[in-house]
Design a protein around this ligand. Structure first.
Ligand code: HDD
Length: 698
């Protein structure tokens, strides 16, 4: 029926049943619309009014309840890591660790444990973009049979600071500035670099943050790290130190800066969409879990402190042992209920795993639980389905806001002897299988005077920053130096960049000079290091480019077509790409129709202006003469090709598309070639050698 405005409403005038109304709609209907009290609703289009043009009545509980609930839909976003995307999956053990840990999930090869993994940026708000230069969070909740274990890590193996007491300062400095509330989601501003320059311990992580690690191509192509040194404890109570590493099956891949910047405009949700689509299409992201295991003796011989979160143990010094795989195979059903409400906490560990005295980790053990209470509003947040353990859980904690369980009986304290009276006595502690903190042998406990200090080796702020720098390729070094220049060029406090450069002089003089030169300023006076840096052996494992996996698996290839495109070549190319594990994505001037050479019309996956080439890992320009002539007059097409070339990607083309390539400034090299088998191999790479011809890097 039509309402007074002439709109169609679904109100039944003559008292039709709900079923009759539902059957009128084209969508499947799941039951009657009700209020939160279960009261059936007859009209979800109009509020209750006094007369046709009269005021809305306070009595309208349907309206009031709906608006009331809507008004309270948001909870405080995370103070850090607010922007995130998550997925369900499982962890499968491939190598038993029963000799070093009693943790249930590491005992039996083949055992699978459900997980929920959330990836995030750090600095931006929940609504910020996916591709700023930033560290990425990599948080894994393992729902084990012995309780939930949360490994709350990042995609960079070190941290900016050594002691949790500096965390609020670090985060205040990097977030948007206090008075002006900009910039959003980025470290390229005065307060961050002011803080960083005064804290030499940030130098190692700054090197990583200025590298391409901080602009990942995909969440599926990032490493993850537990960062801190943790402990495994075995059945005999013996402790082994452990560091956790996630290695992506698709290899580590990053974007380059110009590409990352343009991605922000092309698709704010670039990473979120990529993760969702990969899982939805059955291309399940996968990582290996590697562990570095070592004992006290090994730790004592290292020239750095394993309790210092600004240090790594290079894989070349202590190789990884691969013990399992992580597979993400299910998208969340509901973003808020799962991704937003998931509450990770490094203090969630299970029997067989324990903390160390890392002062950053120790502070985290307090912070997360505290933050969850503030975000989720009640001490009962562990009852939310995404946070609840999937193993039995019994204790005598009771009541509190939003208590969702209904405990039975009188026993809400322990010890009790209610069973003697024939009543339920409730659960009891288990000294054998219950969690026990690691107990060092007598006399080995760290103890002493109460001191606000750092351990001596923590003062070495530069050796590993130098190690990182020396481990990079020429092209990666140029990216790092240029990122320092870019970020510092955004700092309006003139005294700050020289201080950063003075710190960099302790890392590598060439790097410092290049940054100073890029900014057009003189080298400052040196800032003597608290501890003279050492020359450690380079670690090739730290370079992305040296370890690039040349594969099409998980990659997305853009194919630009227009009217007249050769239908046979297009089909062949799409088939070959799909077979190689890539996703072909057809881009055309009109999304609804492109008339191919065989006279048939096809739909494109994306429209040219809305699908710029930075969304792809490699591109194919498959045009007829007619298509090429038309696109020579289309700036979006010229930019499409220019950016693909400028972002060092393979550019495959039909012979007829050559004029467009030339207009876009494409110059011949190994990555520019006619479409065919050779293009398939070429599309697995990036062409780093091309860059110096296109860009004046620092
Ligand atoms: Fe943190 C969230 C990772 C140091 C305090 N942190 C948070 C998340 C990740 C990390 C991935 C998001 C989890 C999610 O997806 O919900 N944080 C790290 C790493 C650190 C680190 C790898 C150093 C090695 N964090 C750190 C310190 C403190 C915090 C030193 C405080 C003393 N972190 C928090 C927090 C957050 C958080 C305020 C915000 C939201 C949340 O916890 O749930 O408690």
């Amino acid at each position: 029926m039509a309402d007074t405005n002439g709109f169609e409403t679904n109100r039944g005038k003559g008292g039709e049943t709900h079923q009759q109304l539902a059957s009128e709609g084209s969508h499947a209907v799941q039951g009657r619309l009700t209020t939160n009290q279960g009261i059936p609703i007859s009209d979800n289009q109009n509020s209750l009014k006094s007369g046709h043009r009269g005021p809305t009545l306070l009595e309208d509980f349907v309206l009031r309840e709906k608006i009331f609930h809507f008004d309270h839909e948001r909870i405080p976003e995370r103070i850090v890591h607010a922007r995130g995307s998550a997925a369900h999956g499982y962890f499968e053990l491939t190598e038993s660790l029963s000799d070093v840990t009693s943790a249930d999930l590491f005992q039996r090869v083949g055992d699978k444990v459900p997980v929920f993994v959330r990836f995030s940026t750090v600095a931006g708000g929940a609504g910020s973009v996916d591709t700023p230069r930033d560290v990425r969070g990599f948080a894994v909740k393992f729902y084990t049979q012995e309780g939930n274990w949360d490994l709350v890590g990042n995609n960079i193996p070190v941290f900016f600071i050594q002691d949790a007491i500096k965390f609020p300062d670090l985060i205040h400095s990097v977030k948007m500035e206090a008075d002006r509330a900009y910039p959003q989601a980025g470290s390229a501003h005065g307060t961050f670099w002011d803080f960083a320059s005064l804290m030499p311990e940030t130098t190692h992580m700054l090197m990583w943050a200025m590298s391409d690690r901080a602009i990942p191509r995909s969440l599926r192509m990032m490493q993850g790290f537990g960062i801190h040194t943790f402990r495994f404890v075995n059945k005999e109570g013996k402790s082994t130190f452990v560091k956790f590493h996630w290695k992506p099956k698709l290899g580590v891949q990053s974007t380059i800066w110009d590409e990352a910047v343009k991605l922000q405009a092309a698709d704010n949700d670039y990473h979120r969409r990529d993760l969702w689509e990969a899982i939805a299409t059955g291309n399940f992201p996968e990582w290996e879990l590697g562990v570095q295991l070592f004992d006290e003796d090994f730790a004592n011989k290292l020239p750095y402190d394993v309790l210092d979160a600004t240090k790594i143990i290079p894989e070349e010094v202590l190789p990884l042992k691969v013990v399992g795989r992580l597979v993400l195979d299910r998208n969340p059903d509901n973003f808020f209920a799962e991704t937003e409400q998931v509450a990770y906490c490094p203090a969630n560990i299970v029997p067989g795993i324990d903390f160390t005295n890392d002062p950053l980790l120790q502070g985290r053990l307090f912070s997360y639980l505290d933050t969850q209470k503030s975000r989720l509003g009640t001490a009962n947040f562990h009852q939310l389905p995404i946070n609840a353990p999937k193993c039995p859980m019994h204790n005598f904690q009771r009541d509190g806001m939003m208590q969702m369980t209904v405990p039975k009986g009188r026993a809400n304290y322990e010890p009790n002897s209610l069973s003697a009276a024939g009543e339920e006595g409730g659960p009891r502690e288990c000294p054998v299988t219950g969690f026990r903190s690691f107990e060092p042998a007598s006399g080995q406990n760290e103890q002493g005077d109460k001191l606000r200090v750092r351990a001596e080796l923590f003062a070495d702020h530069y050796s590993q920053a130098r190690l990182f720098w020396k481990s990079q390729t020429v092209s990666e070094q140029a990216h790092i130096a240029s990122s320092f220049v870019f970020e510092l060029s955004k700092v309006e406090f003139e005294h700050v960049p020289p201080r950063v450069i003075a710190n960099l002089m302790n890392v590598d003089m060439d790097l410092a000079k290049r940054v100073a030169d890029g900014l057009g300023i003189d080298l400052p006076k040196p800032n003597p290091a608290a501890k003279e840096p050492m020359d450690l052996d380079p670690s090739p494992a730290l370079s992305i480019q040296k370890n690039m996996l040349e594969t099409l698996e998980g990659r997305k290839i853009g194919i630009l077509i227009a009217d007249g495109t050769d239908a046979g070549v297009l089909t062949k190319l799409k088939d070959a790409l799909t077979k190689a594990g890539a996703t072909p994505f057809v881009v055309a001037p009109k999304v609804g129709k492109a008339q191919l050479s065989d006279g048939k019309a096809i739909k494109a996956d994306g429209q040219l202006a809305g699908s710029p080439s930075q969304m792809f890992d490699a591109v194919a320009v498959l045009l007829s003469k007619q298509g090429n002539d038309m696109l020579l007059r289309e700036a979006a097409a010229i930019q499409w090709v220019m950016d693909a070339f400028g972002h060092l990607k393979a550019v495959g083309h039909s012979p007829e598309a050559m004029p467009l390539l030339q207009k876009a400034g494409v110059e011949p090299d190994d990555g520019v070639l006619e479409l065919g088998d050779a293009f398939m191999a070429a599309a697995t790479k990036r062409y780093w050698d091309r860059e110096p011809k296109l860009r004046l890097l620092a």
